[in-house]
Design a protein around this ligand. Structure first.
Ligand code: C2E
Ligand code: SIN
Ligand code: SIN
Ligand code: SIN
Ligand code: FE
Ligand code: FE
Length: 402
């Protein structure tokens, strides 16, 4: 390979790695590309976890050909000079060893031959590089073993040192991105969920309502055959539908009886309020939340609020949330009304086909009622004020709502 081929391949690998959004797949890709790029027989990847290195992924082509059981167990190493990986992470520089059993270097660690002994492998040459991000932080270590040439293990050529360090730089970027995206998505979800719960608990003491809405909306999307990204977004965004209720005074929101016309006008501003709170960000999640907040009280016949959108002009996520919100609101007690029995809820939804609701969605709901009742039982309000999935009460012994 000449310099230009090397640069070309590094760019290609960098792009391939940057496309991967899931950490386990990224780790596997890194190992595969590294093996390929260096003609190594085996590669292992360690990822830093605070002051330790976690062994996360490995491949060994010779052992795979022997179809030796390819299972590996993860383990952790301290970042110190007792192991080659720890040494590389600690000192942030590459180690190149021609033969680990015949060393003439003064490096402090001892070669751990327990793996070789256990599986009958002969480790010989090694090229071990730190994975360092642009802030100089060590994110992990890439360990390459046995540079193969005409079927024989040889020392890794010195000329591979720089290119492999460059490769490790690409890995650092990809790793950072995946971890940051993960953390961002998680913290967004968490923030939004807590915010929605805070809004919800004001008028709904044992608020599993927003959990049920999530699962109902996800189920409807799934039954319609919507793709995974839509399903996931609607799952995370539908709890935001009533976020605007945060801006409604207690005297209106918590009024035990029927609202006056004037109060009703105030109450109805919650849809636009929610939109105003959520709109205008770069986040797909908040964007869908904004849309849902704004459109969840539109009606199929165009008599809803705030925009009197009609039919298919109402975005799918709004139509879905409208139906599951009412389905759940009717089956639950409110300050202004008791819970309705299931038959009455179903009758109402059927009756409102093409008036309040998208008829196709109503059909899907009714035809798959068992799925929705299972969700309703799983996240029933009784017993279960906290996290549903951590409840020690199993769904089977939960009291049905009616
Ligand atoms: P919510 O309690 O979460 O109800 C959501 C939607 O479920 C309502 O949207 C309505 O479409 C449906 N729904 C709930 N209860 C009934 C009912 O008894 N009969 C019928 N036909 N539909 C029902 P809507 O009407 O736009 O109300 C939005 C929010 O305004 C409600 O959210 C609730 O917080 C508040 N609200 C509505 N009516 C009253 C009321 O009479 N008194 C009080 N205090 N609040 C009300
Ligand atoms: C899905 O795969 O349907 C989305 C996952 C979820 O958020 O539940
Ligand atoms: C209510 O006012 O009780 C809910 C709204 C409706 O009846 O449509
Ligand atoms: C969608 O399938 O994502 C939108 C189509 C629709 O509005 O029904
Ligand atoms: Fe609402
Ligand atoms: Fe609601």
């Amino acid at each position: 390979m000449d310099q230009q081929d090397i640069a070309q391949r590094l760019v290609e690998i960098g792009i391939a790695l940057s496309e991967e959004r899931q950490l386990p797949k990224l780790l596997a890709k890194v190992v595969d590309h590294s093996l390929n790029f260096t003609n190594a027989d085996a590669a292992s990847l360690y990822v830093r976890d605070r002051d330790e290195l976690e062994f996360r992924f490995t491949r060994n082509l010779t052992l795979e050909k022997r179809s030796t059981d390819n299972q590996f167990t993860t383990f952790k190493l301290p970042i110190d000079s007792r192991s080659v990986a720890g040494y590389v992470a600690l000192n942030k520089h590459t180690v190149l060893i021609p033969d680990v059993y015949n060393r003439h270097d003064s490096l402090p660690f001892k070669f751990d031959d327990s793996f070789d002994k256990r599986v009958g492998y002969r480790s010989q040459s090694m090229l071990v590089v730190p994975i360092i991000d642009n802030l100089g932080q060590v994110l992990g270590v890439l360990q390459l073993i046995n540079h193969m040439h005409n079927g024989e293990a040889e020392a890794f050529p010195e000329e591979l040192r720089r290119p492999v360090e460059a490769l490790a730089g690409q890995v650092a970027i990809a790793l950072r991105n995946v971890v940051l995206v993960d953390q961002l998505a998680l913290s967004q979800r968490e923030t939004v969920y807590r915010l929605c719960r805070a809004a919800e608990t004001r008028d709904n003491e044992t608020g599993n309502h927003i959990k049920r809405i999530s699962y109902f909306a996800h189920k409807l999307a799934e039954l319609r055959g919507e793709d995974a990204s839509f399903r996931e977004l609607v799952f995370d965004a539908s709890p935001m539908h009533d976020l605007g209720k945060i801006g409604i005074p207690d005297a209106v929101l918590l009024k035990p009886g029927r609202l006056t016309d004037n109060e009703r006008v105030i109450m109805n501003t919650h849809a636009q309020l929610g939109y105003d709170m959520l709109a205008g960000s770069d986040s797909a999640l908040l964007e869908m939340g904004a849309t849902i907040a704004q459109t969840h009280h539109e009606r199929w016949d165009g008599t809803g609020y705030p925009q009197q959108l009609q039919g298919m002009r109402i975005p799918l996520e709004g139509r879905i949330t409208a139906l599951v919100d009412v389905f759940d609101a009717l089956s639950s007690p409110r300050v202004y009304k008791p819970a309705w029995p299931l038959e009455k809820v179903i009758d109402y939804c059927t009756e409102q086909r093409g008036q309040h609701f998208d008829g196709e969605l109503v059909d899907t709901l009714i035809e798959n009622m068992d799925d929705f009742l299972a969700i309703r039982e799983e996240y029933a309000d009784e017993f279960d004020e906290d996290e549903g999935e951590h409840s020690i009460i199993t769904p089977a012994i939960k009291k049905p709502l009616n």
